[in-house]
Design a protein. Structure first.
Lengths: 307, 372
């Protein structure tokens, strides 16, 4: 009885999966939220995520410390962000196209330098067993939460507060809403966006580090399945609100966990279609939340994607 | 134009007709010199990358020449690899004229390939032209539907086409996996689930005198046809107006919605055709190899060609040659296969950066020649 909870295993596995799968979404979407709040869009986060996964894994293999790996990913990520921000600071350069280019470039570099690290195994990031009170193994498995998930949740709360209550948050929002007002206040939109993109990319790379150092916990060329891109859509869905990003990431994680959860209880029909669930969900959400003829509520005024 | 008025002192040194010709050349030259310069700059950046790794750029470019362009054998190899890129690039270049950045051509290629394989198998026994035509139409319908939907979502629901097309590509690949592992699976394909192989009689063969299949000719014809469509027809003109300013186009009474959906559907249909040639001329059946990244390489081709359908032809050949040389470079220099991806990424970035140079050089702007 205790070990056989039947179909109850599905929602439990979805919950556990949601927590596991959502972590990269949390980091990428929070990062993208910072960048987009400053009025720029970075579609290159997919490449940053993959490079972050590789950098974290490689450094963890070499040093034996997964946390140094996460740090390396952040450094590499902010490098990509600075590159994006620098290129976009030239007049008449399209930020969306640059993002696509950096996506391909980041992946290319990651595969290039990551080749020797496909075989060796790196130490994983630690998990916090929040489910120890239960004697049901599925519950314990579902609540075995990684430290990065907790950090991500705290970060979402912090960013939500910081956007409203700190000077830095205000600066980012002003630049995002009107470059002219920002200039009138003596701020340089280009510089603010440069650093907002760098910060956003650093967070996205942490999402990649989670992929390679915890779940699925290995480095290969198929490590990411579009999380970096879905996060961009997710930020729009979350209306650029960090707490919304966190909730949306959990929802996406749950959708992503549906296929494996059903498979684990023996439902194999349509496995690949369930695998597509997060993409379909993203698309449906985008259709439902976009509307022609009016600006999205809460959208930064300078953002090219919603114009 | 370069009409000389009394205020324009000093007068041009060349006689008027020559001046007009010079002015015309100068204006045209900007769109060629800047991308070529960017290409050279990208190669230079990549050389620095190689030097940092302790590899020889000279050897790299020598191998690239030998593997991609130096002999008839390698040129054919380059053309073979350029073929899907031509059609995939049009999937980006056509919507670009309407101001849309569609990057999900991979999805249309994959579904086009699956549709072609399904029809090719189902219609086995019918005459060759009928089967080939049916496969082509099925592939175009599948791809057209996919990207056409992206256009419709963009216009009628204001869904960002860049993200939606990429999501649709992921969905298309999942759909292909589902079909290839499920209803369309050939039970004989054990290790690599595939559709039933196309009967040998319905394979598309090489063109006379070369080893490259007919897809190349179709790709080049498609590029020329798209150039005619955009530059020489009223639909193309309307698309360019709408791409410049949607409101203005609507005020002019242009049907922007059908225009966007139509161009996107055509773009997807061409990408679908690329999938059909992959199945009918290269693979022989539809399987996971269809998602080989042609759709993404096509984005690079279209941007390097500055979204010009005619420009896509030489750029696809160039990138096809670079890809063809990949294996040789990998073996001789001990570099990983992702080296080509790094080079492509650098070229892409530098070309986008060069967008900022347009209109900055006096030499390309005859109106400013007279004023010193």
């Amino acid at each position: 009885m205790e070990n056989d909870i039947g179909l109850w295993g599905v929602p439990l596995a979805v919950l556990g999966g949601a927590i596991r799968v959502s972590t990269p979404f949390i980091f990428v979407s929070l990062g993208e939220a910072i960048t987009e709040r400053s009025g720029r869009i970075n579609l290159g986060l997919e490449g940053t995520l993959v490079f972050g996964a590789m950098a974290a894994y490689a450094v963890a293999v070499e040093t034996g410390s997964p946390w140094l790996g996460v740090l390396a990913a952040m450094v590499a990520g902010s490098g990509f962000g600075l590159l994006h921000g620098w290129i976009c600071s030239f007049p008449r350069v399209n930020d969306i196209a640059v993002g696509i280019a950096l996506m391909l470039f980041g992946m290319g570099l990651a595969f290039f330098f990551g080749k020797p690290y496909i075989q060796p195994s790196a130490p994983n990031l630690p998990a916090i067993p929040l489910g120890d009170w239960s004697s049901i193994p599925q519950v314990r498995a579902a609540l075995n939460v990684n430290a990065l998930f907790v950090i991500g949740a705290a970060l979402a709360l912090f960013l939500w507060w910081a956007f409203k209550n700190t000077k830095l948050g205000l600066i980012v929002r002003v630049v995002g809403d009107s470059a002219d007002s920002a200039r009138a206040m003596g701020l340089s939109p280009t510089t603010v966006r440069l650093f907002a993109t760098a910060a956003g990319s650093a967070l996205a790379a942490v999402g990649g580090a989670y992929l390679s150092l915890y779940y699925p916990g290995s480095w290969n060329e198929r490590i990411s399945s579009g999380q970096g891109l879905m996060a961009v859509a997710l930020v729009i869905f979350a209306r650029w609100n960090p707490l919304g990003c966190f909730a949306a990431a959990l929802l996406f994680g749950g959708a992503g966990a549906l296929g494996p959860a059903l498979q684990s209880v023996g439902v194999t029909q349509g496995y690949y279609l369930f695998y597509a669930a997060p993409y379909i969900l993203t698309l449906v959400i985008m259709i439902a939340t976009s509307s022609p003829g009016r600006q999205l509520a809460g959208a930064p005024g300078e953002l090219s994607i919603t114009k | 134009m370069a009409d000389v008025t009394a205020s324009d002192v000093p007068a041009p040194l060349a006689p008027p007709r020559l001046a007009a010709a010079l002015a015309f050349t100068a204006r045209r030259a900007e769109g060629i010199v800047i991308p070529l310069g960017a290409l050279v700059a990208g190669m230079a950046a990549f050389s620095v990358f190689l030097l940092l790794l302790g590899k020889s750029p000279a050897q790299f470019f020598e191998l690239m020449w030998r593997g991609g362009f130096g002999s008839w054998f390698s040129i054919q190899n380059a053309l073979l690899r350029a073929t899907p890129l031509l059609l995939a690039a049009l999937c980006v270049a056509l919507p670009a004229r309407l101001g849309l950045t569609v990057i999900g051509g991979e999805g249309a290629i994959v579904l086009g390939g699956v549709a072609a394989a399904a029809f090719g198998h189902a219609l086995s026994g019918l005459p060759y032209p009928v089967v080939i035509l049916a496969m082509g139409l099925a592939a175009m319908a599948a791809g057209g539907l996919w990207i056409g939907a992206v256009g419709a979502l963009r216009h009628y629901r204001a869904v960002n086409e860049t993200i939606s097309s990429l999501l649709m590509a992921y969905i298309a690949i999942a759909l292909m996996n589902q079909l290839v592992e499920g209803p369309l699976r050939d039970p004989a394909s054990l290790n690599k689930p595939s559709t039933h192989p196309l009967d040998a009689a319905y394979r598309i063969g090489p063109m006379p005198g070369m080893d490259v299949h007919w897809g190349l000719a179709v790709g080049i014809v498609a590029c020329v046809a798209c150039w005619v469509l955009i530059d020489k027809t009223r639909w193309g003109f309307a698309a360019r107006v709408a791409g410049g300013n949607v409101r203005a186009a609507q005020i002019q009474g242009l049907a922007v919605g059908p225009l966007i959906v139509g161009f996107c559907a055509l773009a997807g249909a061409l990408a679908g055709l690329a999938g059909m040639f992959e199945v009918a001329a290269v693979q022989g059946s539809a399987n996971a190899s269809l998602a080989a990244g042609y759709g993404y390489a096509g984005i690079l081709v279209a941007f390097l060609a500055r979204q010009s359908p005619l420009g896509c032809i030489p750029v696809a050949f160039l990138l096809g040659g670079i890809a063809a040389a990949g294996g040789l470079i990998q073996r001789r220099m001990g570099l990983p296969d992702a080296t080509i991806l790094v080079l492509q990424g650098m070229l892409f970035i530098v070309v986008l950066m060069s967008d900022t140079l347009y209109g900055r050089f006096k030499i390309f702007n005859p109106d400013r020649w007279a004023r010193a």
